[in-house]
Ligand binder design. Structure first.
Ligand SMILES: Cc1cc2nc3c(=O)[nH]c(=O)nc-3n(C[C@H](O)[C@H](O)[C@H](O)COP(=O)(O)OP(=O)(O)OC[C@H]3O[C@@H](n4cnc5c(N)ncnc54)[C@H](O)[C@@H]3O)c2cc1C
Length: 354
């Protein structure tokens, strides 16, 4: 019999960040994950962008999220002895003069910390199409190598004998004063199953609005963008020399992980507007983002079972949201700190049928 403080179901971004933070706070965990079930975190570009491009406003809570993001992933780099994050600029290519004008206005007012004030016209990027309206840069952005982070976390958990690599079967869960699952007993269980929450009988009342996304890895010798991420309705980010990630699509209807030809076409069309160069597609990947209807994370206690918890709803911004909100959940466990109402699963209690 194994006895732990927490069972964590799922080792995507949510489960990985939460487990590391629980261990750091002195708790024992058993993480149960079958990676083949959902590839969302594993295929993500891992970009954090402090700006919402649609309205050129700050991303929700960015001033709180960013310091936690940097300190958490930098600590993980030290702990695992591997590079995980790259601080980058996002180069926003303008399509019309109004875009450039709005940018200049916002860069000297509410989002000044995150926007370069200059509109550039010189083409510093070989192969990239710069229009007459120029481009500018989002500052303080970057990306996490999510796949490497998850692998390193998995190895760390295996070494500590805190990982079970198998499918979690909800029927085998027994909830009384304590939690028991097969030969494991725990004080609490936290579900971090991403969009597969839909199979979870305890939390399937939470109104998710998942969004499928697809990305391509392409190879070309004809583009030079350094560590910058190029953005114009799609992003282009260098992985290794001559290979680039191109993404991403959004689809709210076709909610499976199969790769679609229509996504390849869409991304190729978008790429043509960013660069007109020859390239080869090396890889095509897809996943489903666990977004909630109100586009906020969702976490906290089950309305009936006091030792059953949820940490989910990271949507399109898992890299940015996970460190800050996992820390809030750990503080809730450790010091009874209350959760933000905006993210508390209790906001959906009206949908729960006992
Ligand atoms: C194409 C694409 C691009 C993206 N790009 C970015 C980006 O640039 N920046 C960003 O911040 N976010 C990005 N995202 C979003 C990001 O990937 C998500 O926010 C994040 O990965 C969600 O993590 P999660 O742990 O909640 O879910 P998941 O990654 O789905 O993890 C859930 C885990 O639980 C496991 N699991 C589920 N059920 C069971 C079960 N019954 N038994 C055992 N294991 C189980 C799954 O196999 C999986 O390992 C992107 C998403 C997509 C699809």
């Amino acid at each position: 019999m194994t006895n732990v403080d927490f069972i964590v179901v799922g080792q995507g971004l949510a489960g990985s960040v939460l487990s590391l933070k629980l261990i750091d706070a002195g708790y024992t965990v058993m993480v149960i994950d079958k990676p083949e079930l959902s590839s969302c975190s594993r295929i993500a570009a891992g970009i954090w962008n402090p700006i919402v491009f649609k309205r050129l406003t700050k991303s929700w809570m960015i001033d709180e999220l960013l310091p936690e993001l940097l300190s958490f992933y930098k600590n993980a780099e030290t702990q695992f002895h591997i590079p995980l994050i790259t601080e980058r600029h996002i180069v926003k290519l303008f399509s019309e003069q109004q875009e450039a004008d709005l940018w200049k206005k916002k860069a000297t007012s509410e989002v000044e910390n995150y926007l370069d004030k200059t509109v550039y016209h010189d083409n510093d990027f070989a192969g990239i199409k710069i229009s007459a309206f120029g481009y500018s840069k989002v500052l303080k952005s970057g990306n996490l190598d999510v796949k490497t982070f998850l692998k390193a976390t998995q190895l760390f958990l295996i070494e500590r004998q805190s990982m079970l690599s198998e499918e979690f079967n909800h029927q085998d869960l027994n909830i009384t004063e304590t939690i028991s699952y097969k030969n494991i007993t725990a004080k609490k269980i936290v579900f971090t199953e991403g969009f597969l929450i839909k199979n979870n009988p305890y939390f399937n009342y939470v109104p998710f609005k998942p969004a499928k996304g697809e990305v391509l890895t392409i190879e070309t010798k004809n583009v030079k963008i350094g560590t910058n991420i190029i953005n114009k309705n799609a992003f282009l980010m260098q992985l290794e020399s001559n290979t680039y990630k191109l993404g991403a699509t959004y689809n709210w209807e076709d909610l499976n992980e199969n790769q679609s030809q229509s996504a390849v076409q869409e991304l190729q069309d978008k790429f043509k507007k960013i660069a007109q160069v020859d390239y080869t597609i090396l890889k095509h990947e897809s996943g489903v983002r666990p977004s909630v209807i109100d586009r906020r994370p969702v976490m906290g206690q089950h309305p009936k079972h006091k030792n059953v918890f949820l940490f989910n709803g990271l949507g399109t911004k898992g890299v940015m949201l996970a460190p800050y909100f996992a820390q809030r959940l750990v503080n809730y466990f450790k010091s009874n700190e209350s959760l933000l109402e905006e993210v508390n699963v209790s906001r959906f209690n009206k949908f729960f049928v006992n």
